[in-house]
Design a protein around this ligand. Structure first.
Ligand SMILES: [Zn+2]
Length: 319
């Protein structure tokens, strides 16, 4: 059976749920589509993630505007991926914040990533012609950054937890309410995308740092909000299990001198029973296995995905 490329056949709109998790803390989840969020300062908003296009971002902002009309001062982008950042212009934010490495990744591969993600997930790109160009940060940092929210609202801590889903992911931590926006470092019952990832770092020290926040609410990149430490830790450990499962099976085939295709088939077989029904599992796995194979080949810096390379890897592994 020929599987349709990536998420190209996924055309059905998802149901969106906006939840107010605590005073001034908003999370919009969407049945496995990319999540977004916002935190209110005394007289401004900090928005987290921008969606794939300005039109998609405006849909989110319209829902947020039912709760608050404060202007967006900061737009925090947890990493450089197109479906997270290209809607940025709709926020009219004073500052757009990314990790310093994400700033470099936008310059290095932003255009190719835009093409690649558009091809893989066309449904997320609502009115794509409106995208004004690449989204670049106005502020960036290496280790952490603090945003004072004003009044008695406390502060946000933006933190780099180590290499993971990409080389430059930011976690957004609101200590006052123990809320963590983890970006794509954690998924809640949605498949991981690891095509630009550092599997060894992510599955060990990086997830340990994410866990160390001790969050009561965790909003991952996709999937439902995790509530309470048990659910939060379960989401983190399921993410780790997915990564360790991939590592085990890809490494075994690589070590015995097998082929990429064999590594893909062994990993698919091992992970499918537990993770196969999660959103974007079939879409992600070929790209994931290719990247992990590259890591075992000693390629530290992820190769750039292009539309052509996407199709080649897909044809080799999924068809
Ligand atoms: Zn991502």
């Amino acid at each position: 059976m020929v599987k349709p490329f990536a998420s190209s056949a996924d055309t059905e709109e998802k149901t969106e749920t906006l939840e107010v998790l605590a005073d001034g803390v908003y999370a919009l989840t969407a049945e496995g589509d990319p999540n977004v969020g916002a935190i209110e300062g005394e007289d401004f908003i900090v928005a987290i993630e921008a969606r794939a296009t300005p039109a998609a971002a405006r849909d989110w902002l319209a829902k947020l505007r039912e709760h608050t009309d404060k202007p967006v001062r900061y737009l925090v982008l947890t990493h450089y991926h197109a479906v997270r950042v290209l809607g940025a212009s709709a926020f009219e934010a004073q500052e757009i914040i990314m990790h310093e490495t994400s700033r470099k990744l936008v310059e290095e591969r932003g255009l190719q990533d835009w093409d690649s993600e558009f091809g893989r997930m066309p449904r997320l790109f609502k009115e794509p012609d409106e995208i004004p160009g690449l989204t670049r940060p106005t502020l960036s940092f290496e280790d952490n950054m603090r945003i004072e929210l004003g009044g008695d609202r406390g502060h946000l801590e933006l933190k780099f937890c180590g290499r993971g889903h990409t080389a430059g992911d930011i976690a957004v931590w609101y200590p006052k309410q123990k809320v963590l926006f983890a970006g794509d470092l954690v998924e809640a019952e949605a498949a991981l995308y690891t095509g630009d990832a550092f599997h060894m770092d992510w599955s060990t020290g990086t997830l340990d740092q994410v866990k160390a926040f001790g969050a009561e609410y965790l909003i991952g990149g996709r999937g439902a909000v995790a509530r309470g430490q048990a659910e939060v830790n379960a989401a983190i450990e399921q993410t780790r299990e997915f990564l360790l499962g991939m590592r085990e099976h890809v490494e075994a085939v690589h070590k015995r001198g097998g082929t990429l295709k064999e590594a893909f088939e062994a990993t698919h077989k091992a992970l499918e029973p537990k993770f196969g029904a999660w959103p974007i599992f079939e879409h992600c796995l070929p790209f994931n296995v290719q990247r992990l194979w590259d890591e075992y080949d000693g390629i530290d810096w992820p190769r750039i995905w292009t539309m052509e390379r996407d199709r080649e890897v897909w044809a080799q592994l999924q068809d």
